[in-house]
Ligand binder design. Structure first.
Ligand SMILES: *Cc1c(COP(=O)(O)O)cnc(C)c1O
Length: 354
């Protein structure tokens, strides 16, 4: 039976990315990608092309560096304030990942939480708030992987922005010039787990007065070309395959078109089907990447039945996060429309039984 991978992360990758990675494990210029030096000429070519494609696909202006490091997006929660927070920083609290970022930042200076949707289980994106003009930066989580809300555009801010784009990178064009730093774990939209990407504005670095431990200092990785220490070689190789795939398919504009097409199809069915409702009411706030829905109150007791029904038809990873319940269909860049259609078919068949 064909399986449809709606996992939230690690998650679906284009088939050819997996095949090319498997091939390189067996034979990469006569050796395995697993056993070559990260400082070899062959791997230098891999990381150089990955950085170049990052810049090309996201239209990154001059004066920015692209880094691949370890530690996950979670490590960035502390690296960001370590490197950029001198006195005060502003954060928008839109979910679990924002909260974790805020917690770390508090160890480095004053943190202003400009707004929060915590009181309604983060089911919307706050819009009315004031960003202090003396903040060093304004931090947002552009896509809230757990709750299924997304800020699908670049906000306006009186201070430079920093964004956690772990789960929506390369799903739309981004105005990089509004940001001094964009980061994310690679395992949602780019590569297998193990690599973290960071886009950083060079001239925003080295402005804080504290000592920054060598490995946590962005400048270290800028100077070392992501080779200060051993970078995650295999995930970077896979990331390169994904970046090539995105380019071949038509770039981020095409990724955005596909994301909207998938989201329109699935939210359309959730809204139509009498059994289900979306957890995010405002269409503007609905994530194109993580589509969350629950059983309507009068059908609540059917939840386990639908899970079994869908699983028997090849749906994988649609269980909602434990803090939200219900269902979450993660539809990252590599997700084919046919898989979303298969889920929709499943929902319609199940509706007919009830
Ligand atoms: C998954 C995720 C993280 C955590 O990433 P790790 O690489 O596991 O540390 C952080 N932020 C967002 C938005 C995520 O989706």
């Amino acid at each position: 039976m064909k399986k449809h991978n709606f996992s939230a992360g690690p998650s679906i990758l284009p088939r050819e990315v997996i095949e090319n990675t498997a091939q390189a494990v067996l034979d990469f210029n006569g050796l395995s990608i697993l056993e070559i030096s990260h400082r070899s000429k062959d791997f230098q070519a891999v990381i150089d092309e990955a950085v170049a494609l990052f810049k090309e696909l996201l239209n990154i202006p001059e004066g920015y560096s692209v880094l691949f490091v370890g530690g996950g997006a979670s490590m960035q929660f502390c690296m960001v304030p370590y490197n950029f927070l001198e006195k005060k920083a502003a954060y928008l609290n839109t979910g679990v990942w924002s909260k974790k970022a805020i917690k770390e930042a508090k160890a480095f200076g004053e943190v202003v939480e400009v707004a929060s949707s915590a009181e309604t289980t983060f089911n919307y994106i706050p819009k009315e708030y004031t960003i202090p003009t003396d903040a060093d930066y304004f931090h947002v989580t552009s896509n809230n992987t757990i709750y299924g809300t997304e800020i699908r555009k670049d906000l306006d801010s009186p201070v430079p922005m920093i964004a956690d784009m772990s789960s929506d990178i390369f799903s739309r064009p981004v105005d990089i010039s509004k940001y001094i730093c964009i980061y994310g774990g690679a395992q949602k939209n780019l590569a297998p787990a193990g690599a973290t990407f960071v886009i950083v504005k060079d001239e925003a670095l080295n402005k804080v007065s504290r000592y920054i431990p060598t490995m946590l200092k962005y400048q270290t990785h800028v100077d070392g070309g992501s080779m200060f220490n051993t970078p995650p070689v295999l995930p970077i190789y896979s990331a390169l395959q994904t970046l090539r795939w995105i380019k071949k398919e038509g770039g981020v504009v095409e990724m955005q078109r596909r994301a909207k097409e998938r989201a329109d199809l699935l939210y359309g069915e959730i809204d139509r089907n009498k059994l289900f409702r979306a957890t995010i009411a405002d269409p503007e706030d609905r994530s194109y990447m993580n589509i969350c829905f629950v059983m309507n109150d009068e059908y609540k007791e059917l939840e386990a039945d639908f899970m079994k029904f869908a699983t028997e038809r090849g749906m994988v990873g649609i269980k909602g996060h434990r803090s939200v319940g219900g269902f979450r269909a993660s539809c990252y860049n590599a997700m084919p429309l046919e898989s979303v259609q298969a889920l929709v078919d499943c929902m319609q068949e199940f509706e007919k039984l009830h």
